[in-house]
Design a protein around this ligand. Structure first.
Ligand code: SAM
Length: 282
């Protein structure tokens, strides 16, 4: 394997790696917050890498963007106001705006350069950026939520990088308390919660911090994501009150296309693996 022909992300602690054969490097830059790279790959289309970690590829981003948005929105009775913390590639925003109930979708990413590069190299993910319901802000999501008024949002989606650097504070109790304060009574926080195979302790720490903040009704869901460490990813939903019933008929009747998500996938993703149930006494 000629290293110059491959992009490889090594996973410290898991002593594993993931590689994609590349045609060429299209761009790199140091933004005020992180080091950004774009590659053209042989079989996955374009690839965005932030601080050496894979973020999004043309070929397989649908798993993540659909599972970070639709399960939460179809678990809420009437999601109108949605915030996406992070999500700078705009793929989650595009999925959120497929829901006709949504009246306001604010994407708060600390690094404007991520979005500007997505507009060039992932234009298909940015198709909804000019939707009149969409608003793009380039500030720290931690501050945005801290400063938010009570009952100002129905769904908060934390589509951030791993819990290091600018994203570290998005995985702690203080942030979850601020989310509690601004979520509506039946509001839902959904956060990308890494890999249950590689990061089970982290998920435990997140669930404990969410519970301590008052967002004590938790549901971790699971889905494949080739690009990310272990290839098996998760998102954790957290709410003040028991999660409302899945709007299955609305999901079955959905007037928009998805590639992966549907009512069966929704229900399957909510099933808890045996080791996970034992780890958290579920
Ligand atoms: N799907 C990716 C994953 O699971 O790793 C995340 C995609 S998105 C590119 C991650 C975004 O989180 C980046 O654009 C980064 O700028 C943003 N981010 C990190 N920390 C942040 C913070 N404190 N506030 C807002 N955005 C943040």
């Amino acid at each position: 394997m000629n290293p110059s022909e491959w992009f490889t992300e090594q996973v410290p602690g898991a002593e594993s790696a993931f590689s994609l054969k590349i045609k060429k490097k299209l761009h790199e830059e140091q933004s005020p917050f992180q080091f950004l790279e774009i590659y053209e790959t042989e079989t996955f289309g374009n690839l965005m890498v932030i601080d050496g970690c894979t973020m999004v590829s043309t070929r397989d981003n649908f798993f993540y963007h659909e599972m970070m948005s639709h399960p939460a929105l179809f678990s809420h009775p009437d999601p109108k106001r949605v915030w996406i913390i992070g999500g700078g590639d705009c793929g989650t925003l595009k999925e959120v705006l497929k829901h006709a109930t949504v009246e306001q979708a604010v994407q708060i990413d600390i690094d404007e350069r991520v979005t500007r590069l997505a507009e060039i190299y992932f234009p298909e993910l940015c198709e909804s950026n000019n939707d009149p319901r969409a608003e793009l802000k380039f500030i720290d999501g931690i501050k945005w939520v801290k400063d938010a008024a009570p009952n100002s949002v129905d769904i908060i989606i934390v589509d951030s990088t791993d819990p290091v650097g600018p994203a570290e504070g998005l995985f702690g109790e203080a942030f979850y308390r601020d989310c509690f304060n601004c979520l509506s009574e039946n509001g839902i926080l959904v956060q990308q919660s890494e890999s249950a195979l590689f990061h089970l302790k982290l998920i435990g720490d997140m669930r404990a911090a969410m519970g301590n903040s008052g967002l004590s009704h938790l549901q971790t869901l699971f889905f494949p994501q080739c690009l990310y460490p272990s290839g098996w990813w998760s998102a954790t939903l957290a709410a003040k009150n028991p999660l409302p019933a899945f709007r299955e008929q609305d999901c079955l009747d959905k007037p928009f296309d998805t590639v992966y998500y549907n009512a069966d996938i929704h229900k399957a993703a909510m099933a808890q693996p045996e080791f996970f149930k034992k780890a958290f006494s579920l």
